[in-house]
Design a protein around this ligand. Structure first.
Ligand code: COA
Length: 203
């Protein structure tokens, strides 16, 4: 029981943009951890490891921005912002993946907010998202951020107009604020433990 409480208190999470050098190993390993159904949803049917390895390598080299959610130092969620020159109509494409262990806790929403902030900072006015027509989770997440999805050939495609975005959608939610508070508490608690025990000090 005591160990469980300590372990819970030490759980650490954060969200940040990956550097180019980090993208290949960290994005790749996160995507490889996705289970079969998640890979199917994320890659519209392409599921084998070698495809994912090549995909992560491409992202690391083509200017894709990756925002990552870390839990205990491991990337458990990612939002990708692909450069506009890769699509015929010059709309930056976005994509999301959250590992099942941390789903439905608001991680996708936190990543979406950070990605929109990043896209705005780059001066993009519109983003495109494409997902399977049956992907209720992604459709719910995209709709929350103002995407209007239309169905075509088994896919849902939508655009998000960043010039029309309601700023209240982008404001941190009560959940995000609570997550931040827990994260801050955990950091403070960890520091306090280290100071109390002398862990990490040179002998
Ligand atoms: C789509 C995905 C990223 C959502 O991540 P998440 O961390 O669970 O999302 P959140 O917890 O922030 O939930 C966002 C909203 O979607 C809703 N939602 C999440 N999963 C849902 C589901 N299975 N069915 C219906 N609604 C769902 C939540 O209720 C929430 O709405 P609310 O804030 O109004 O309550 C995640 O399910 C995933 O990685 N799926 C596999 C990969 C994939 O499909 N990627 C999309 C291709 S681009």
């Amino acid at each position: 029981m005591y160990l469980t409480v300590i372990a819970a208190a030490l759980a650490d999470s954060s969200v940040r943009k990956l550097s180019q050098q980090e993208e290949l190993p960290l994005l790749r390993d996160h995507l490889l951890r996705l289970d079969r159904n998640s890979r199917h949803d994320r890659f519209h049917g392409f599921m084998d490891d070698s495809f994912i390895e090549r995909y992560a390598e491409k992202c690391a080299n083509d200017g894709t921005i990756v925002i990552a959610f870390f839990e205990n130092g491991v990337v458990r969620g990612a939002a990708e912002l692909h450069p506009p020159d890769q699509s015929p109509d010059s709309l930056p494409e976005i994509a999301f993946s959250v590992e099942t262990s941390v789903r439905r806790r608001g991680v996708g929403s936190i990543l979406f907010r950070k990605l929109i902030a990043e896209a705005r900072a780059k001066g993009y006015e519109s983003l495109r998202i494409t997902t399977g027509a049956q992907n209720d989770a992604m459709r719910a997440l995209a709709s929350k951020f103002g995407a209007h999805l239309t169905f075509r050939y088994g896919e849902s495609t939508g655009t998000i107009d960043l010039t029309q975005q309601d700023d209240t959608v982008l404001a941190p939610s009560a959940v995000t604020t609570a997550v931040d508070a827990v994260v801050n508490f955990n950091r403070a608690y960890w520091k306090m433990l280290v100071n109390m025990t002398g862990w990490g000090r040179a002998a």
